[in-house]
Design a binder for this molecule. Structure first.
Ligand SMILES: [Fe+2]
Length: 466
């Protein structure tokens, strides 16, 4: 890793920071590096360790407040509504920013976080774009916007915002290989699979521990249903990314997906038990929670007996029943309360979401609750109660709107699978026909998928019995 940048180094890079403390500048770089690489580096003291030292080095350093608050808001899925300390931390940041001369870029960073905290995610992205237009190597603006586009399901923007600055990320710019990884992910989500894989491999040639570039290749193999290639790649590279504490669980989730695809459920459960469940236990992070729910729910749809595994997931998910920060996360919390048959938690999640959806104010996510979030949650409940007709009636009309809940194409595929399983379990000929239509569509978009072939065989068998 390049030496951490002091005041002069940031100034020379055209990204001057308003602090006289070289220590604060270096710690800002240390936090940024760990965020960009998805890895808490113990040699640096981890992100949390660096943030507290950063605060001590210069309590009035506005960009220090920006990176701390931004990571809390964007990285952990917290919100001002849920976390009063975060609310006051944001106020402190804003007050500080008004009490000292800042660069235009720094002022825009404060504004973007203010927008994000108000739930105005698209407007926050506009502000980060404004920064990037004049400061293409501002990695914090690039990554915050990248993550926010991901939450919004704005796949094209996620790709193009990196494309616009990509030529400036020449090899001598610190962390430039990781920007190849960001770009490759946007390309992959917009189906430029070959270019995405090429760039991810270039990034891995520079730094093989880049877990995000490994992740792009895992997606390429997933989207193309290249199951054997996918399995071999994860096995070959495991030692390089397994210590990426922020992403390893998710990469293991991708690994287990190939086994679900193949119908090798025991192998998927082994990865779940050895890597996915324990990582949630140690991190408690939202991404790890989503991966746990998502893996168990897919196995549940396939009819696999899961024992008491949902109970452990629910222990973590319960804390987020009333979050409603991202509807995508809500749906995954709900999967765990349904899986663990905890009616009280299920009711609590739905009623609190309904309540907030009545008056979403300027909150972008909550404004999607009545049209997308709630019907999706209700469909999950109806399916669990055996009301498959109702589940289809709720889910089918919104299937092209689900992208607005964000997440990756691979993650949202769980909702497509749910719709197909619900339609397959319906008695009416019309819904059976719908299941077959959806399966034909799936087969064309993702040929040679063993799961699709299994479901097509099942649909044909149901038809012949009827
Ligand atoms: Fe992924």
């Amino acid at each position: 890793m390049a030496p951490l940048r002091d005041c002069k180094a940031w100034q020379d890079a055209g990204l001057g920071l308003s602090t006289a403390s070289n220590e604060a500048c270096k710690l800002f770089d240390a936090v940024l590096s760990q965020y960009a690489t998805w890895r808490n580096d113990e040699n640096l003291g981890g992100i949390e360790g660096c943030l507290s030292k950063l605060k001590a080095a210069d309590p009035n350093f506005v960009m220090g407040h920006v990176i701390a608050n931004g990571l809390e808001l964007i990285g952990t899925g917290s919100s001002v509504r849920l976390n009063k300390d975060l609310g006051s931390a944001l106020k402190t940041m804003t007050t500080l920013s008004r009490s000292q001369p800042l660069t235009e870029r720094e002022k825009l960073h404060v504004l973007a976080l203010d927008m994000f905290a108000r739930g105005q995610l698209p407007k926050a992205c506009d502000v980060w774009e404004q920064i990037l237009q004049s400061h293409p190597t501002d990695l914090l603006a690039l990554r915050f916007s990248h993550d926010t586009y991901f939450y919004l399901g704005y796949q094209i923007q996620m790709r193009d915002s990196v494309a616009q600055v990509f030529p400036f990320w020449t090899p001598e710019v610190p962390l430039s290989s990781y920007v190849k990884g960001f770009y490759s992910f946007g390309l992959m989500e917009t189906n430029f699979f070959d270019r995405a894989e090429e760039l991810a491999r270039e990034a891995l040639d520079i730094n093989r521990t880049d877990a995000w570039s490994v992740h792009t290749i895992a997606h390429v193999n997933e989207m193309k249903a290249e199951v054997e290639k996918g399995l071999a790649f994860m096995k070959e590279t495991e030692d390089n990314w397994k210590d990426s504490d922020m992403l390893a669980c998710h990469n293991y989730w991708h690994w287990a997906l190939y086994y679900v695809e193949k119908g090798e459920y025991e192998a998927a459960l082994t990865i779940y038990d050895n890597h996915i469940a324990p990582r949630l236990l140690s991190s408690g992070s939202m991404l790890d929670l989503v991966d746990n729910s998502s893996m168990l729910y897919r196995l549940h749809l396939e009819g696999v007996k899961l024992g008491d595994r949902w109970d452990n997931v629910l222990k973590h998910a319960k804390k987020h029943t009333k979050d409603h920060v991202l509807l995508f996360n809500d749906a995954h919390v709900l999967m765990s309360s349904l899986g663990a048959k905890d009616q009280k938690t299920t009711d609590e999640l739905l009623t609190t979401l309904q309540e907030l959806a009545k008056d979403p104010g300027e909150d972008h996510e909550l404004s999607l609750a009545p049209s997308v979030g709630l019907p999706l949650c209700q469909a999950l409940v109806e399916f669990e109660n055996g009301n498959c007709d109702k589940a289809v009636d709720l889910l089918y009309p919104i299937r092209y709107q689900l992208i607005h809940l964000g997440g990756s194409n691979a993650q949202r595929d769980i909702f497509s699978q749910l719709l197909i399983h619900a339609a397959l379990n319906c008695k009416s000929q019309a819904k059976q026909n719908l299941a077959k239509c959806l399966l034909r569509e799936r087969d064309v978009m993702r040929p040679n998928s063993p799961m699709t072939e299994r479901l097509i065989r099942r649909a044909a068998a149901v038809h012949s019995v009827a």
